[in-house]
Design a protein around this ligand. Structure first.
Ligand code: ADP
Length: 527
């Protein structure tokens, strides 16, 4: 039997951490799988975005190269007089971003432009020619030009240039054909055509940034995992095309929202679990304390019953055997028997009344009485015991007190309990004063002893059921711990209260108050 609480405690100490660990493991697993799911979804979005970015970047390369090929197909290098006239005829429609086509002689070391077909004004042509000869040709790094189509994308004096070029041979001479693309036109006409399609815009958002990260086209995009950049592979290779899937943005927002929700839910569940555990632990501690108190109570009550019973038996036997030879002795023995039986009856009554209070069945019978008379009767019931212990009981009832509604028997029990306690716990005092007086709207019964008093920390809790004061247990004074709980219950049923304060000059004063002028009993709290 003794092992049971230990086993239960062990179980509690193992079970509770196990529950907490379980909750956290569960939360962790949940987190992990949702995180992995998110990652997978993110990965698929990234793949889709990448595919889209590639396709979009390729669109531009394709358009430019298409135009280069158109130029290439219509250009006749031998027609030096009328260079590029055929191209110029259809230039605006077929090659809208090409400004000019130039022919550079590569045979001599001092390369120069030998023919030009242009849609640009003369001054600009001249400026471009100089730029081409002095800078671009060097940057193109073309040794002996072959006929492969190549591109140069570079900034000169803050302006971006795109050149397509390839080599041709004619009459034993090497030439380089240079196609000058109009970059501003690509940005203003071609980009919107390629990337600002309404249907596309619903699905994704696109911008183009230059080598320094400045936006050349399109809106600013949120940088991060779900915006993907891809350089144009062949033509505008210094620039980067960025793509964000609209669904990716929604996904990111949804993920962030869900994460907050999950965190909150996990946090709340954690709090609920921990709060639940605390409540269970407190309840268990309370229950175990109460159960200990109850065991003490049973032991104490049994002892309390046994002591007067053995006295009654002993003095009864003495009388029976005729060993009490004088009348005086016989009377004394009989008195002890009577007072011990009364004590026994009072204790049984206490226990029974307390049991009723515990079950919530305490019923009081109220009628109008003089409180002074009721208290006097209770004091009389204690007098024999007091005299035996050489203690004087003094009763002081104030004059002219109003009669009150009370349960006579209950008040008697309460007063007997208080006087009995004073006799038990203040044995050195020679006098116990019981007084009845008015205090505001209440009548108060005060029982003052000259004992050691009560420690301040005990003053409230001794009115709780089964609780016994430290000194009482220390000195092995027998008791059940229900007397004051009963007194408090009775006082509350009479609209009053019960409490204790220091006596003067020493001891303690227990006070029980009863409300004046109340006809209906108040429902008292069960302790
Ligand atoms: P019991 O007397 O059976 O222990 P009670 O409920 O009547 O139970 O009293 C509770 C505790 O209050 C006692 O154990 C004792 O410590 C303390 N007590 C009660 N009356 C007095 C008193 N007059 N002087 C000192 N302590 C007291």
């Amino acid at each position: 039997m003794a092992d049971r609480p230990r086993r239960e405690r062990l179980l509690t100490f193992l079970l509770l951490p196990a529950i907490i660990v379980g909750v956290f493991v569960l939360a962790g697993v949940m987190f992990r799988s949702s995180f992995q799911l998110e990652k997978l979804r993110e990965q698929s979005v990234v793949e889709a975005t990448l595919l889209l970015a590639n396709e979009k970047a390729d669109r531009l390369d394709k358009r430019i190269i298409e135009q280069d090929n158109t130029v290439r197909s219509v250009l006749d290098v031998s027609e030096r007089e009328d260079f590029g006239s055929k191209w110029l005829e259809s230039a605006a429609i077929q090659t809208p971003t090409v400004r000019a086509v130039l022919l550079v002689d590569y045979t001599l070391p001092e390369r120069d432009v030998v023919a030009v077909a242009s849609r640009a004004p003369g001054l600009e042509n001249e400026r471009f020619r100089r730029l081409l000869v002095h800078s671009m040709l060097n940057d193109m790094k073309v040794g002996a030009p072959d006929d492969e189509l190549r591109h140069l994308h570079r900034s000169y004096r803050g302006q971006s240039y795109l050149i397509s070029h390839w080599g041709v041979e004619h009459d034993g001479r090497r030439y380089l054909v240079v196609v000058w693309h109009d970059v501003p036109r690509i940005v203003h006409d071609l980009f919107p055509q390629l990337y600002a399609d309404a249907q596309d815009a619903q699905q994704s958002r696109v911008n183009v940034v230059d080598g320094e990260g400045r936006i050349v086209f399109g809106p600013p995009l949120r940088s991060g995992g779900l915006t993907l950049g891809r350089q144009f592979e062949t033509t505008l290779y210094k620039w980067t095309l960025n793509v964000t899937m609209t669904s990716a943005e929604e996904l990111a927002a949804a993920v962030a929202r869900r994460r907050v929700l999950e965190m909150t839910l996990v946090g709340l569940s954690g709090i609920v679990v921990i709060a639940g555990i605390i409540v269970i632990l407190l309840a268990a501690a309370r229950e175990s304390k109460l159960s200990n108190l109850k065991s003490d109570f049973v032991a104490n009550v049994s002892h309390e019953l046994k002591t007067p019973l053995s006295l009654v038996r002993m003095f009864g036997e003495l009388l029976q055997s005729g060993r009490a030879d004088t009348e005086e002795k016989r009377r004394q023995y009989l008195q002890i028997i009577v007072s011990e039986s009364e004590r026994l009856a009072a204790l049984i009554e206490n226990v029974l009344d307390f049991a009723k209070v515990e079950r919530g069945q305490a019923a009081y019978e109220f009628s109008e009485h003089d409180l002074g008379d009721v208290v006097a009767r209770a004091v009389e019931a204690c007098r024999v015991r007091a005299e035996r212990e050489a203690v004087t009981l003094e009763l002081e009832v104030a004059k002219g007190l109003p009669s009150v509604w009370l349960d006579e028997r209950a008040i008697e029990i309460a007063v007997i309990n208080l006087v009995d306690n004073a006799l038990k716990y203040a044995p050195d005092g020679k006098r116990i004063t019981i007084s009845v007086q008015r205090q505001g709207g209440d009548l108060e019964v005060r029982v003052a002893d000259q004992g050691a008093g009560i420690a301040p920390e005990d003053r409230k809790r001794i009115f709780d059921r089964f609780v016994r004061g430290k000194d009482a247990t220390g000195k092995q004074v027998r008791g059940s711990g229900i007397g004051l709980a009963l007194v408090k219950h009775i006082a509350e049923a009479h609209g009053g209260n019960a409490w204790v304060r220091d006596g003067s000059p020493r001891g303690s004063v227990f006070v029980l108050s009863v409300e004046i002028g109340r006809k209906q009993p108040r429902k008292a709290r069960a302790n």
